[in-house]
Design a protein around this ligand. Structure first.
Ligand SMILES: [Fe+2]
Length: 326
């Protein structure tokens, strides 16, 4: 009966998104949901709770506290958790799942198609599970430089690998659009300079990563499909043993994993997942927490390259100022 609560609802700071969440909370408290799940489970049927909950949330949504600012802030990213609660209760201590649909358009299948069609004019691209030796990866940059003695693949070859179920990683991908750059700028007020990697898989059971820990604070934005996460209780250098939570996250969901905490990813269908990760600032601690100014790093800003005089409202002169020379 571990699936009675949907991920995020265990969080004491979670606020109902709509009528569906409120009904779900009520049926849990009264035991009605347990009864329905148990009885339908006997007959091998789905209780349909999730579908009903999301349908009622969609039909009867509650007002959001505030609209998105023009610039993305940490408040927007962590909503409904405040940055203060995040840093005091979760940062470096435990993982956090936030279910909502605010950032699911960061990088879509259309964006992936556009990116991959530029091949090989791109910085970095990896194919997971390409070969059996070592970590199994095929890395564009290393093959190009001759560091990896593997054949250079044509665009058609890469497409063939993708259609055969191989996952593709796009590293250094934070400049795909303004929102992704804004998110990095905002995080870098609290952390050191970071990086965004985009993980794309074409189908269920594509090769992903086994249980491991990372040396960075990980913020994960799910933008397409579903991913199964297994979060372990242990932090490195201990070994992963006890499972703390298993959850299937979908487009729009957000996950924070503290540095050194063990986790595992399984693909349960086609998916796109953006990992935005940062190392902590030197000697950063709650008692003396340092927050930098926006743009106070060496990360370049996002420029709008639309010609400025195109839309300044001025009419072009009726008569040409220069006379023709002939
Ligand atoms: Fe990881």
């Amino acid at each position: 009966m571990g699936n009675l609560k949907f991920p995020g609802q265990n969080n004491p700071h979670f606020t109902d998104r709509g009528l569906g969440d409120t009904i779900d909370r009520f049926t849990q408290a009264t035991g009605i949901k347990w009864l329905v799940v148990t009885i339908t489970g006997w007959f091998g049927l789905s209780c349909g709770c999730k579908y009903r909950r999301e349908l009622f949330n969609k039909w009867f949504p509650y007002k959001q506290k505030k609209k998105m600012n023009k610039r993305i802030t940490l408040e927007d990213i962590l909503d409904p958790i405040s940055p203060k609660v995040f840093f005091s209760e979760y940062w470096g201590k435990k993982h956090l799942i936030i279910r909502r649909n605010k950032f699911k358009n960061l990088f879509t299948w259309a964006d992936f198609s556009h990116y991959m069609n530029q091949y090989p004019a791109m910085k970095g691209m990896q194919i997971l599970d390409y070969r059996k030796e070592n970590d199994g990866r095929w890395c564009l940059d290393k093959v190009r430089k001759g560091q990896l003695k593997l054949p250079m693949l044509s665009k058609r070859d890469v497409y063939h690998q993708w259609n055969n179920g191989k996952s593709i990683v796009l590293p250094f991908a934070e400049y795909q659009n303004k929102d992704m750059v804004d998110i990095c700028h905002e995080f870098e007020r609290y952390f050191r300079n970071g990086q965004s990697n985009i993980y794309c898989s074409p189908r269920a059971n594509s090769k992903s990563f086994p249980a491991h820990s990372d040396q960075t604070e990980n913020f994960l934005f799910h933008t397409e499909g579903k991913v199964k996460w297994t979060i372990y209780k242990e932090f490195a250098p201990a070994k992963p043993k006890e499972i703390l939570e298993e959850a299937i996250l979908e487009a729009g969901d957000f996950l924070y994993i503290p540095q050194y905490q063990y986790h595992k990813v399984d693909t349960v269908g086609p998916r796109i997942l953006i990992s935005v990760h940062f190392a902590n600032k030197d000697k950063q601690c709650l008692s003396n927490f340092k927050i930098g100014k926006l743009g106070d790093t060496n990360r370049s800003k996002w420029y709008n390259w639309t010609p400025q005089n195109k839309s300044n409202g001025k009419k072009l002169p009726l008569f040409p100022r220069r006379q023709r020379s002939w």
